[in-house]
Design a protein around this ligand. Structure first.
Ligand code: ZN
Length: 115
């Protein structure tokens, strides 16, 4: 990849990282990944509190996955392997990287993996 394209990707990834960090913080997660959810203790309805907690945890799980992907992409930029598919080793199409800067698989490999 061109150096300038890498810089653009890096900037996007850092922005994404900051956004995800902020969203996690909003949910009550600290930067080192510790859970510190403060739910309203005045909640009389325990069931509602439990479902709220489950909702927050599943949201946070998605965010943490995004964060991992973004941080892994930043590592690949430093390592010089950014933009290569981890499945087949081919270059990931630039338009895919533009849409999803943290993409680590080409569309073909992605479609083979279910998670
Ligand atoms: Zn691939």
């Amino acid at each position: 990849m061109l150096e300038e394209d890498l810089q653009v990707a890096k900037k996007k990834l850092l922005e994404e990282e900051a956004i995800v960090h902020a969203e996690l913080a909003d949910l009550g997660f600290t930067e080192d990944g510790k859970v510190d959810i403060h739910l309203d203790e005045g909640f009389a309805d325990a069931a509602q509190t439990t479902s709220e907690r489950a909702r927050v945890l599943s949201l946070a799980e998605g965010l943490q996955q995004r964060l991992e992907d973004v941080q892994a992409a930043l590592v690949r930029i430093e390592a010089g392997t950014y933009g290569k598919c981890e499945g087949c080793g081919n270059n990931i199409p630039p338009e895919r990287l533009e849409a999803i800067p943290a993409a680590k698989l080409c569309i073909t490999c992605k479609s083979k993996i279910k998670r």
